[in-house]
Design a protein around this ligand. Structure first.
Ligand code: ATP
Length: 230
């Protein structure tokens, strides 16, 4: 059964097209990148998949059904940007909330916090978190709900090398457990350490590329988006 299918999707804001006749298919579990320059529609696409936005044409299916709110709730964990966090709540309160609403026992939280090395600050309020600590909290919230498909909007953003390794290991573990993640990033270099299966947003469409081992991120990015060394 297909994990995610996007069929002839068109969407735009007023007169500005973001997607025009875009297609995407994920059939195998694993890690997939979603890459494009700033403002090209990565967040918009994740919002469309998770049904926070509605396509103007085309359809999006998950696990054999349309992406209704119920289907999204059953199958998808969505890591949005850190504006969804409440500064006056602790990390633990955030994770408890998502675990409770998804009927996941709170005992599932400790191993995930351990894996992401965030136990020491879990009870601090988010207002005291650095960007990297917030990113790890968001990933913990996505992991704890244990859905087969994770939509991760810029999870690698703002991570120092230590945090990057921790997050990379967590993503590889998710893959080994049979989960699928669609991971947006404008930093192809960092993303390629996680996966070489990448969807690019090019000219309002989606284009899949499996990047070869000898190909650098810079070369591929330049070829697709016309960025050249000065
Ligand atoms: N609520 C909105 N109203 C109008 N235009 C919007 C809205 N949200 C996004 N856009 C426009 O849609 C386009 C795609 O935005 P989106 O945030 O999806 O890009 P992105 O690839 O995620 O960018 P970034 O890498 O900067 O996060 C941009 O041109 C943006 O200005």
């Amino acid at each position: 059964m297909d994990i995610l299918t996007i069929d002839d999707l068109s969407f735009g804001w007023r007169k500005q097209p973001v997607f025009s006749h875009a297609f995407l298919k994920i059939e195998q579990p694993g890690l997939y990148g979603l890459v494009a320059p700033n403002g090209s529609g990565k967040t918009t696409l994740l919002n469309l998949i998770s049904s926070l936005l509605q396509p103007q044409a085309g359809k999006i299916s998950l696990y054999g059904g349309l992406n209704t709110a119920k289907n999204v709730f059953d199958h998808v964990a969505f890591l949005q940007d850190n504006s969804v966090l409440y500064p006056y709540l602790s990390g633990r309160e955030h994770i408890n909330f998502v675990a409770d609403t998804h009927h996941i026992p709170r005992t599932a939280i400790a191993p995930i916090a351990d894996k992401l090395e965030m136990t020491s600050y879990l009870d601090k309020r988010v207002r005291h978190y650095s960007l990297g600590m917030k990113q790890r909290l968001l990933l913990a919230m996505a992991l704890v709900v244990d859905r087969p498909l994770m939509l991760l909007d810029e999870p690698l953003n703002g991570l120092d090398p230590t945090s990057l390794i921790i997050v990379r290991e967590a993503l590889n573990q998710a893959k080994a457990d049979g989960q699928t993640a669609l991971i947006s990033s404008h930093n192809l270099d960092e993303l390629m350490r996680v996966t070489r299966d990448i969807f690019f947003v090019v000219d309002h469409a989606l284009r899949f590329e499996h990047l070869a081992a000898d190909e650098t991120a810079e070369q591929r990015y330049a070829a697709l988006f016309g960025v050249h060394d000065k």
